[in-house]
Ligand binder design. Structure first.
Ligand SMILES: Cc1ncc(COP(=O)(O)O)c(C=O)c1O
Length: 406
């Protein structure tokens, strides 16, 4: 069980007041707050052991390298990868998609198809659009139903022998939708030889993930949304697929041998990590993984589910508030909302005066906002350090804001 009042003490930021009020932070969908453990671990590296990784034979470099490489083992355990060599460090989920799109698609043929969904984050749209233009590929989008879920029949109808990539969000940062990843996987395997990628930016911070059980090929992960620092993310991929992929970035550390005319690549994971990696950030992410592992991801999941139901009930009772939230029993604690006649930014500015931090805009899901005829929404997302009181404050201050703004 997560006891939020105790847990909050691990996060120094909650000592702050905003506009003379307690901080009600409901923007973890954008980035999570950081526990002292993560901050101290990074500070410890800079203060006590800092040296570049994989470079020196001296004590400091060996210690930093060992710590950096050990994070791969922690992540392997965290998502149940087959091997720690399958953990590739990136600078975030967005970089993960750019790497996969560029590396996978250069071997496809004109006319090959990529399937995304209508509710994808721009990080899982733009890299595919860029490579689709370059290699003459076709992008198809799975329809989203009126209750903000994937239209599975439509998905099935899109699958054919030209489908080479399917890349779908694991937990929507807009509607909280949690697609049935295993079911999608069996449909893909039944009808295609496509590569199946999951956008884990919101999923991995909130749910216990087992990539072997899910049967997927790749997952892109964002470190800063799961208590880790910015500038670090992960791509996990099946070893046999990673071994076949070419690197996208070239430079130091990713090579085996270099000649003036040509070069050979280091084995995975290093062939994908050119240059000095963000090793301090990776070590910070390792501390975040330790923190979440100690809490137990099953407890994190339970907390998210209970908080979502509480929040949903509260928010649904507010007059004039429209909520873009899936009607499924299982979903993320994410609520994108709008009030007719009032701009989302005005609501969020008003909420800020009460110490409530929510995000306003299109949350990098602009096509889906456009489809719903929404210019923008304001979005509240709950995480491990949020409790019922936060959503009481949110719903009271939304009601107050609607009165003041209309
Ligand atoms: C669903 C989803 N995918 C991808 C991203 C991009 O993640 P990153 O900030 O690590 O690049 C985000 C971040 O908002 C997200 O919510």
């Amino acid at each position: 069980m997560i006891k939020v009042s105790d847990l909050k003490k691990d996060f120094p930021i909650f000592d702050r007041e905003i506009n003379g009020k307690r901080l009600t932070y409901l923007d973890s969908g954008a980035t999570s707050q950081k526990p002292e453990l993560v901050i101290n671990e990074m500070s410890n590296v800079y203060s006590n052991i800092n040296a570049n990784v994989h470079r020196g034979t001296y004590v400091l470099s060996s210690e930093t390298t060992a710590k950096y490489e050990d994070v791969r083992n922690k992540l392997k355990e965290f998502i149940n990868a087959y091997s720690s060599d399958e953990i590739i460090f990136t600078k975030g989920c967005t970089e993960g998609f750019n790497f996969l799109a560029n590396s996978i698609c250069k071997d496809l043929n004109p006319g090959d198809e990529i399937i995304l969904s209508e509710i994808e984050h721009h990080a899982n749209i733009i890299p595919w659009q860029m490579v689709a233009e370059k290699y003459n590929l076709k992008i198809k989008y799975i329809n989203i139903t009126e209750s903000f879920n994937l239209d599975i029949d439509h998905f099935e109808s899109l699958l054919n022998s030209n489908t080479k990539v399917v890349s779908i969000v694991g937990e929507s940062n807009m509607s909280g939708m949690l697609p049935d990843i295993k079911k999608l996987n069996s449909l893909i395997r039944e009808k295609t030889n496509a590569i199946y990628i999951v956008d884990g930016a919101q999923l991995v911070p909130h749910r216990k993930i087992d990539v072997q059980d899910l049967g997927i090929d790749f997952i892109c992960v964002s470190g800063h949304k799961m208590l880790g620092p910015t500038g670090i993310g992960v791509v996990w991929g099946r070893k046999e697929l990673l071994e076949k992929l070419d690197p996208v970035y070239g430079g130091g550390d990713m090579i085996e041998e270099v000649f003036y005319e040509t070069a050979t690549w280091a084995p995975i994971p290093h062939k994908f990590e050119a240059g000095t990696p963000p090793y301090v950030e990776a070590i910070g992410l390792g501390a975040a993984v330790d923190y979440l592992t100690k809490l137990d991801m099953k407890n994190v999941e339970k907390h998210s589910d209970e908080l979502r139901l509480y929040a949903k009930n509260k928010l649904e009772n507010i007059d004039r508030l429209n909520i873009v939230h899936t009607n499924s029993n299982l979903a993320g604690c994410t609520f994108a909302m709008s009030v007719e006649g009032v701009h989302a930014t005005d609501v969020s500015l008003m909420l800020d005066t009460f110490g409530v931090a929510v995000r306003a805009g299109h949350h990098c899901v602009q096509p889906f906002h456009r489809k719903l005829n929404l210019d923008a929404t304001f979005r509240a997302t709950g995480y491990i350090y949020n409790d019922e009181e936060d959503f009481d404050i949110l719903s009271n201050t939304i009601e107050e804001s609607i009165k003041l703004l209309t």
